[in-house]
Design a protein around this ligand. Structure first.
Ligand code: SF4
Length: 365
């Protein structure tokens, strides 16, 4: 397949790995921010091909994993209401709230549907004027454009029965939070190529100035990943604090300006709670007040929700690069993809699920 197979060419990947071996002289800890990158790294065994000096730790860039438990419980409460069609991407259906998941709501008779785009949910609202259609709008910067477009489309169609339940998060404040922690071990970042394809990478230079660490915009195929790692290691070894764009076929410095402008027509920045991590200031987007009619949190009265995480789950530490999945005592025993205790085992982008699925790890009994 053009533009995919070229980036999975083992000879090319091994060539870059050889360059990394040749370049590295001392230990470095790098974080890939994106869960899709974590998945590809573990799937293709890239972490095992790297020289032992390079440690990859896995960041919080899995939208399903960081959606707060309280919001999942809120989604479950809304989806259980009569007259509601609750729409979501497929991987949210199995994410456990504090007691159940969207699949169980569906099994109990709730009208829960998997859609491939929020615009499909808008079409459902158009076709079902007697129902309230709610779309679970989670994600990073990458999924913000279609989510805001769905609101603008619903408004253009005059729909009053469409709303979104928003849990949008942003990468730069998460990086600031990780680097500000006294426990931080990360010395360089692989930036998420798809986020940067929308947002560019003009938001990151202030972080370089503040924390003096290098970054590389990195794609998702094996060759993209090893190139991002190589560029980062070169910067680290040279003591340079710069950003290299190792994903130039998809990313420019400015990013997609029309998409950014459309996002900011509908969303405004807000503090946001990240599952397992806590509240990160100004790390989220929410609907502007003028779009309250499309805001599911305002439309549906749901009692104040207090949610409890499993006391066994260390996903918050994994998402900050402090621990690896196999160091969780529940990994592969009490917690499996069939019976997940935490979101990092459910999501296809979650680090625990990646280690379990492709695992070159010891499973806890
Ligand atoms: S293995 Fe399960 S319980 Fe342990 S951190 Fe991962 S999701 Fe949480």
């Amino acid at each position: 397949m053009k533009y995919v197979s070229e980036y999975r060419d083992s000879a090319l990947v091994n060539g870059v790995i050889g360059e990394i071996r040749h370049t590295v002289t001392r230990p470095w800890t790098l974080m890939e921010i994106c869960g899709g990158q974590t998945h590809a790294i573990v799937r293709y065994g890239i972490d095992q091909l790297l020289p032992p000096e390079i440690e990859l730790v896995h960041g919080p860039g899995c939208p399903v994993c960081v959606t707060p438990l309280e919001l999942i419980d809120r989604a479950l409460a809304i989806a259980s209401q009569p007259g509601v069609i609750f729409c979501s991407y497929g991987d949210m259906l199995r994410v456990p709230g504090s007691g159940r998941d969207l699949f169980s709501v569906k099994a109990a008779g709730g009208d829960v549907r998997v859609v491939y785009s929020p615009l499909d949910a808008v079409e459902l609202a158009r076709q079902n004027p007697d129902k309230q259609v709610v779309f679970f709008a989670i994600g990073f910067e990458t999924t913000a454009p279609p989510n805001v477009m769905s609101v603008l489309q619903a408004r253009a169609l005059g729909l009053t029965n469409y709303s979104i339940l928003v849990s949008h998060v942003r990468v730069p404040p998460a990086i600031r939070a990780i680097l500000s922690s006294p426990l931080n071990r990360v010395q360089a970042f692989l930036l998420a190529g798809h986020v940067c394809s929308v947002m560019g990478y003009h938001e990151y230079p202030p972080l370089l100035d503040e924390f003096h660490i290098p970054m590389a915009v990195t794609g998702f195929e094996p060759l993209d990943l090893v190139r991002g790692i190589l560029e980062t290691v070169k910067l680290l070894e040279a003591g340079k604090v710069e950003i290299v764009n190792a994903y130039a076929r998809g990313v420019t410095f400015e990013g997609n300006r029309p998409a950014q402008a459309t996002i900011l027509k509908v969303f405004e920045e807000c503090d946001r709670k990240w599952r397992g991590i806590g509240t990160i200031p100004m790390s989220g987007w929410r609907l502007k007040p003028e779009f309250d009619g499309f805001n599911a949190e305002k439309k549906f009265a749901v009692e104040q929700i207090q949610a409890q995480e499993s006391p066994l789950c260390i996903a918050g530490q994994i998402l900050q690069g402090l621990r690896k999945p196999q160091s969780c005592p529940a990994f592969g025993g009490a917690c499996t993809p069939e019976h997940p205790l935490g979101a990092t085992m459910v999501s296809s982008e979650g680090a625990c699920a990646a280690y379990y699925r492709y695992g070159h790890v010891t499973i806890n009994a």
